[in-house]
Design a protein around this ligand. Structure first.
Ligand SMILES: [Zn+2]
Length: 77
């Protein structure tokens, strides 16, 4: 007997994973910066900045737990 076996194409239901595009990063121009206390150099804060809009170094007055007061925090790497 010569029965041709039809090969059944097993069509797997492909799960349509809605591509989780790199979460956390808002845009390619957004860059994470670390803000460090000017006085003790402790890195207390992180933030993101758009390097397209902000070209100069960031400087913010923030509370430093080490100095226990508000100090200037400058952008560092
Ligand atoms: Zn400090």
């Amino acid at each position: 007997m010569c029965t041709k076996s039809h090969s059944i194409l097993n069509r797997k239901e492909v799960n349509n994973n809605k591509g989780n595009k790199t979460m956390g990063i808002k845009g390619k121009n957004d860059r994470m910066v670390v803000l460090a206390c000017e006085e003790c150099k402790e890195r207390n804060y992180t933030t993101t900045k758009n390097k397209k809009n902000i070209k100069e170094r960031m400087e913010l007055n923030k509370y430093c737990p080490k100095c226990q007061k508000h100090t200037a925090h400058k952008e560092t790497k």
